[in-house]
Design a protein around this ligand. Structure first.
Ligand code: GAL
Length: 853
């Protein structure tokens, strides 16, 4: 709501600002009783959501509250508002709120009410996706693991025990929101809710019980009488009055299931998640903007960026399995809450352009006219005379010159121009006016002195139990730990041939996932792991057995529980067998059905070695610089907080796999040893985007840096604990800060320009203004040098610009003069600024890169 049309009333109710503003002032004195008697409302029609009597074009963004800290929330929300958002969308994370049945938790990162109230204070709306199934690459899709063990339960279908639990939790959340008066119908910020999540594809697989469940879920939700509409995403048969909505990289093709429902896009994917072993996906800002403009021009009225801030899967909250700890998502706000430029700025400009069109957009359906083979105009006209046009070029390869209403327009490939007055282009999705930034990870503190403690291989304690055969992992651990030891003894007769000929027997272990470390008589013999695509694994390797009794210890490690797929709750993990030894005198010996001992979790977990009080329970050894890389090792050190309050990360590049804690708070799983597969070719914004199209970090760790929230640090004496499974080198662990290295602008001479249009429209400028290159370092930084500047036909991208055949010889001058020593500066993109036109009749642009320090 940040922008136009509605303002927050004295009692938190929303009052239309335009015509009703005067009336609102007039009743201000009687407002105390009047405002609370009138209930604000949200409804919808075919065109849009209607908030307090006004159709709204709403821009929303997902920020999942547990993926950042409460200390970060106000800044994230403010940056979302500055980026032109009206709405913040979040899921509700059931397993975070009800860790054991009936025991609720709404503190710290799970303080849902506090989060919503912060959004309200910022003057934004909320879209609350209660689910309670959420998917979201979140452990078990948001379901508490105990839910699986309710007798007779079957998730997400027409199943009594499941429906009872789902209804109970949904009602709990709705009542909590009502008690805090958070629905818009009560004067609060929540304008929309969601029940279930992308159930359509599941229903299709399940058939009749799925359809019955959909009906039940809709009725149950509507029966909770929130006073605001419900949506079901990816659910073509969403029953009235629930609105079915679209999720995807593009949604312009989508229509709701009834003509009287608005066209809404609940997940516009801004990038994609990272999996351990995968490369990191990025989505170009130009294509993101193109997809949104395309949706709006086809009559869409609600867009939610999934994610606007992705954040971090702290602790063991990542799902998958194999979802990385970073949930950056290439979102407009990066994992650390910094602006991801140019995406944040380019979308901000898009939102302003769309808002300028809002009066025309909300007043009717678009007229569409072809402008060429791949070109179209979408025109919106209101009765009161407002006119807005979107000119689209769908051709991914070539520019188009089109004429529209007797004027000529140049449309870059795969782009849409926005004309809020049906005349002047103020924005084109492929012309990025905002700056881009190169970020760097600068070391701030390192060289810690470490102490270590070696985890025992399958220690025995009270919790150890023995049984015949192999057990499924989650049934045993109930997910209280990633770790489960499977231990058995193998007797080797002194007459075994391999003891003489040295051809050791081969141990083969079949596991349902997710990773496996094999120890023979306490020595690591090898590891194996699956992937998101196929979590299963087979370990097969010769093992060093001796005559007599040998202990085989298998440490099976879960890397997040599945969050999506038909009945994902039934998917197995752990060593289900067979487990066998081959190459013995007898041939193959099956170990699957002998006695196995089980121990849940690590010894160090049981002793809470990750906490200050727990560390004193064992003897730690000094780690020398030449230390051997031991598997299954706990490391600890203390450190003082690095200076400054910018975002911090741990550089875990030299480590293998495990978990990290700071002052007892879990930073998450680290796994830099899993390097990224994939093809990181150049990425062209034009053409249909998929999550495989634009990748980075191929051949490098999928995740090297791990976010450490500032608020988890004390000035001095912080405890850092690392558990390392494979054997990394703790001596190389250091803190880095993420900061801007350089900023760039890349702007065409005649680029559409919002600012100049607004100046002209308001009569403040009497001639067309040239676009400007704006450069701005982070607060506290200054521009120290101009690394590159060229007005002409420069090539390349930020970080790797190079001169083209045409280059104005005074390209650097204006920047040297106006920018050096400044935090930010602007330079007009016009020939006279750079010493004259270097190549008349050629389309020119300016590319500039400035170093921030
Ligand atoms: C959607 C789902 C989201 C998230 C997304 C991928 O299908 O609704 O929760 O999982 O995919 O990031």
């Amino acid at each position: 709501m940040g922008s136009r049309g509605v303002m927050r009333g004295a009692l938190g109710a929303n009052v239309p600002s335009s015509t009703a503003a005067a009336a609102a002032v007039a009743v201000a004195f009687v407002c105390l009783w009047w405002c609370s008697a009138v209930s604000a409302s949200v409804s919808y029609d075919s065109r849009a959501l209607i908030v307090n009597g006004q159709r709204r074009i709403l821009i929303s963004g997902s920020i999942h509250y547990p993926r950042s800290t409460p200390e970060m929330w106000p800044d994230l929300i403010q940056k979302a508002k500055d980026g032109g958002l009206d709405v913040i969308q979040t899921y509700v994370f059931w397993n975070g709120h009800e860790p054991s049945p009936g025991k609720y938790y709404f503190e710290e990162r799970y303080d849902l009410v506090r989060f919503i109230k912060l959004v309200q204070q910022a003057g934004l709306y909320v879209h609350l996706r209660i689910g309670p199934y959420v998917c979201a690459e979140w452990n078990f899709g948001g379901f508490p693991v105990w839910l699986k063990y309710i007798p007779g339960i079957n998730f997400r279908t027409d199943n009594g025990p499941f429906k009872a639990q789902m209804q109970r939790f949904t009602t709990k959340i709705v009542n909590m929101m009502k008690a805090e008066r958070l629905f818009e119908s009560q004067g609060g910020p929540i304008i929309l809710s969601q029940i279930e999540n992308e159930y359509g594809p599941e229903e299709w697989e399940i058939g009749a019980p799925g359809r019955a469940y959909t009906k039940w879920a809709a009725q149950m939700a509507v029966g909770l009488k929130t006073g605001v509409p419900w949506v079901m995403c990816k659910q073509d048969d969403a029953p009235d009055p629930v609105i079915n909505t679209c999720n995807g990289f593009y949604c312009d093709y989508f229509s709701p299931n009834k003509a009287y429902k608005p066209k809404m896009w609940t997940e516009a994917w801004t990038g994609w998640y990272t999996e351990f072993g995968g490369a990191v996906p990025v989505r170009p800002a130009e294509d993101m903007a193109f997809s949104v403009a395309r949706f709006i021009q086809k009559g869409g009225s609600f867009i939610n960026y999934y994610m606007y801030h992705g954040g971090t899967n702290f602790g063991r909250t990542a799902g998958g399995p194999f979802i990385a700890t970073s949930y950056d998502y290439d979102a407009p706000l990066d994992e650390y809450g910094l602006l991801n430029q140019p995406k944040w700025g380019h979308l901000k400009d898009l939102h302003r352009a769309i808002k300028l069109c809002e009066p025309a957009l909300v007043s009717g359906d678009p007229g569409v006219m072809p402008l060429g083979n791949y070109q179209e105009a979408h025109v919106f006209k209101s009765k009161s005379g407002a006119c807005a046009a979107f000119l689209a070029n769908y051709n991914p390869r070539s520019y188009a010159k089109v004429s529209f209403a007797n004027m000529h327009y140049d449309l870059p490939p795969w782009s849409i121009s926005i004309l809020p007055d049906c005349k002047n282009t103020v924005y084109n999705t492929a012309r990025v006016g905002s700056q881009s930034a190169q970020m760097k990870m600068s070391p701030v503190v390192g060289g810690f002195s470490w102490q270590s403690y070696n985890e025992e291989t399958a220690s025995y304690d009270d919790s150890t139990f023995t049984t015949v055969g192999l057990l499924e992992q989650i049934n045993v651990t109930r997910d209280v730990s990633d770790y489960l030891w499977y231990t058995t003894d193998v007797k080797i007769d002194p007459s075994e041939g391999f003891l003489k000929n040295g051809h050791y027997p081969v141990l083969t272990v079949m596991s349902a996932g997710h990773t496996l470390n094999v120890f023979i008589n306490g020595q690591l013999s090898g590891t194996a792991y699956g992937s998101l695509e196929n979590p299963k694994l087979t370990f097969s390797s010769a093992v060093n057995l001796r005559a007599g009794i040998n202990t085989i210890s298998l440490l099976s490690v879960a890397v997040g529980l599945p969050n999506v797929g038909p009945h994902f709750e039934t998917w197995n993990a752990g060593v289900l067998g067979p487990v066998s030894l081959s190459g013995l005198n007898e041939g193959r010996r099956d170990l699957s059905w002998q006695k196995w001992s089980y121990k849940v979790g690590l010894q160090g977990e049981g002793l809470s070695l990750n906490t200050l009080s727990g560390t004193s329970s064992v003897e730690w050894a000094e780690v020398s610089l030449a230390a051997q890389r031991q598997p299954l090792t706990w490391y600890k050190t203390t450190f003082n907080a690095p200076a400054g309050n910018g975002p911090l990360a741990l550089d875990m590049g030299a480590m293998g796999k495990g978990q990290v804690w700071i002052n007892g708070q879990s930073i998450g799983r680290h796994w830099p040893a899993y390097t990224a597969k994939g093809n990181c070719n150049d990425c062209n914004y034009a053409g249909t985007y998929t999550e495989k199209k634009c990748l980075k970090y191929c051949g490098l760790p999928s995740q090297r840096w791990y976010h450490v929230p500032q608020s988890w640090l004390k000035p001095t004496g912080n405890l850092l604990v690392v558990f390392e499974e494979l054997g990394g080198s703790s001596n190389w662990i250091s803190f880095v800060k993420k900061e801007i290295e350089s900023v760039c602008a890349d702007i065409y001479e005649w680029q559409p320009n919002l600012l100049s249009w607004e100046k002209q429209a308001s009569g403040k400028a009497n001639r067309p203004l040239r676009p400007k290159a704006h450069l701005s370092c982070a607060p506290g930084q200054k521009i120290s040098s101009i690394k590159f500047a060229s007005f002409g036909t420069p090539e390349g991208a930020c970080g790797s610009f190079r001169e083209g055949s045409c280059h104005a010889h005074k390209s650097y001058d204006a920047f040297e003069k106006n920018c050096i020593g400044q935090n930010s500066c602007s330079v007009a993109v016009a020939p006279e600024v750079f010493g004259g036109d270097p190549c008349p009749n050629v389309m020119k642009k300016l590319s500039v890169e400035a170093i921030c320090s």
